[in-house]
Design a binder for this molecule. Structure first.
Ligand code: CAO
Length: 416
């Protein structure tokens, strides 16, 4: 099948999660992604959290499918020469090294632009250029703290809390992919490449914009009506942690279902959407609440919202989370069971849509990975296994014109 990004050649100088998530997405959609890795060791995630001795860890395999692997020591003169050749004939270079690493290697933006004015250079850093923390190295949770997610996540009586979702890593990679595709379209108009950068702090902040909304409302009003602190608790001058409260105008909470005493995920998320109040009352067997002025408007309900949630929990006590959702869906109530990773891994709908997919690997056998969350009418990305370290070194070098004896020499001198 011809894929939309066929013909786009990407030098994938990324490691860990943020950069690899970006280039993996582009590889799914047809780009030729050549992962450049240090000889002998490669991306650190190949060995991190291994579940099978001496076999690439799932951390690596789940972020590097559909790529080719070239080992190259880009600090050695011969390695630099090869990288220069690759830059001359590629479209995009993606990197997420620590600040200044690419410059120290001799590949500043100016140098790359000189080698190939059409080249798009895409970078992930912890903080943006010129930021007072621009020199910092950053991992996921650091970004969540810097981007406003941690201070606003968790319960009011506990510490700032990070999310399990990779808001700093994969999320930044997705932002970078949008930037790269935009630069590719821009290049079709101008013929010129450009530098594209996303900082992890900015990418987290972009997902926390409703909290910046709330800060401004709090500054003006002194309270936030949709937070559990309203109206009985206290507000300070910063957006508080709101537990499991809904972030918009729809109150919601995580509610216990049958079996919660022993099953850590026997819960549903229940949303009280304004226009669904009547069906909620009917579903709960509380028709008198429909016209009761203490309950009939969202504003009237808010002061005793937790009493309402308690009543809903009483109704849920003899229903599993699946039974509850099956009833509530008939009343058009936005809700979902809280799903464990085990349930997600086995979910037939996610398998059928390709959002969870089983992929073959040369050494570990098959493994589960997350497939493309983006669905197209004319494109179904085929997810292939991740490459072994240096699996495609000879193939890539032969493509650059290196003869077998040159490749042997480069291997002996540990350039590849
Ligand atoms: N050949 C030769 N040298 C190579 C190489 C190769 N193929 N690939 C990498 N290197 C070198 C780099 O040039 C760098 O050398 P110097 O520091 O001597 O200039 C060195 O390896 C280390 O690179 P690094 O700073 O990126 O790696 P680190 O393990 O110290 O830091 C991380 C890791 C993630 C904290 C840092 O890369 C970073 O802050 N990246 C930007 C933010 C980011 O993407 N973080 C998300 C990571 S996902 O959780």
């Amino acid at each position: 099948m011809t894929l939309p990004l066929n013909g786009i050649k990407i030098i994938d100088f990324t490691h860990v999660q943020a950069g690899p998530a970006c280039t993996q997405l582009l590889a799914w959609f047809g780009a030729d992604v050549i992962k450049v890795e240090r000889p002998g060791s490669g991306d650190v995630t190949r060995t991190q959290l291994r579940d099978i001795p001496d076999v690439d860890a799932l951390y690596f395999t789940m972020l590097n499918s559909n790529k080719r692997s070239l080992t190259l020591d880009t600090k050695k003169p011969d390695g630099k020469k090869i990288l220069e050749q690759l830059i001359r004939e590629s479209d995009v270079l993606v990197e997420n090294f620590g600040p200044g690493a690419l410059d120290r290697m001799g590949f500043s933006w100016e140098r790359i632009n000189e080698l190939n004015p059409k080249m798009i250079v895409a970078s992930v850093k912890g903080f943006s250029d010129g930021h007072h923390y621009e020199d910092l190295k950053v991992y996921e949770n650091v970004a969540q703290c810097a981007g406003g997610a941690a201070s606003t996540t968790g319960f009011w009586d506990g510490p700032p809390t990070v999310s399990a979702a990779a808001l700093g890593d994969s999320n930044t990679g997705m932002h970078l992919a949008i930037g790269i595709l935009t630069a590719i379209i821009g290049r079709q108009q101008t013929g010129k490449g450009q530098k594209v950068a996303v900082s992890m702090q900015d990418a987290v902040l972009n997902l926390c914009r409703v909290k910046l909304r709330d800060q401004q409302r709090l500054d003006r009003l002194g309270f936030l009506e949709e937070y559990p602190q309203y109206p009985h608790g206290e507000f300070s001058d910063v957006v508080p942690r709101g537990g499991n409260a809904g972030g918009g105008g729809q109150p919601g909470w995580v509610l216990k279902c049958k079996g919660w005493e022993t099953d850590p995920n026997a819960y549903i998320y229940f949303t009280i959407q304004g226009h669904a109040w009547e069906p909620i009352c009917k579903a709960l067997g509380k028709p008198e609440w429909i016209s009761d002025p203490n309950y009939s408007t969202a504003k009237a309900r808010q002061p005793h919202i937790f009493d309402i949630f308690k009543t809903i929990e009483e109704w849920l006590a003899d229903k599993t989370k699946y039974e509850a959702v099956d009833i509530l869906r008939k009343f058009d109530i936005p809700c979902s069971p809280v799903l464990s990773m085990k349930e997600i891994a086995e979910d037939p709908s996610l398998r059928a849509s390709g959002s969870i997919t089983e992929v073959p690997h040369k050494e570990r056998g098959s493994y589960l990975t997350v497939g493309s969350p983006i669905k197209f009418s004319d494109l179904k990305p085929e997810i292939t296994g991740s490459p072994l370290l240096g699996e495609h070194s000879e193939e890539v070098l032969a493509g650059l014109g290196y003869a077998a004896e040159d490749i042997k020499r480069l291997r002996e001198s540990q350039v590849i």
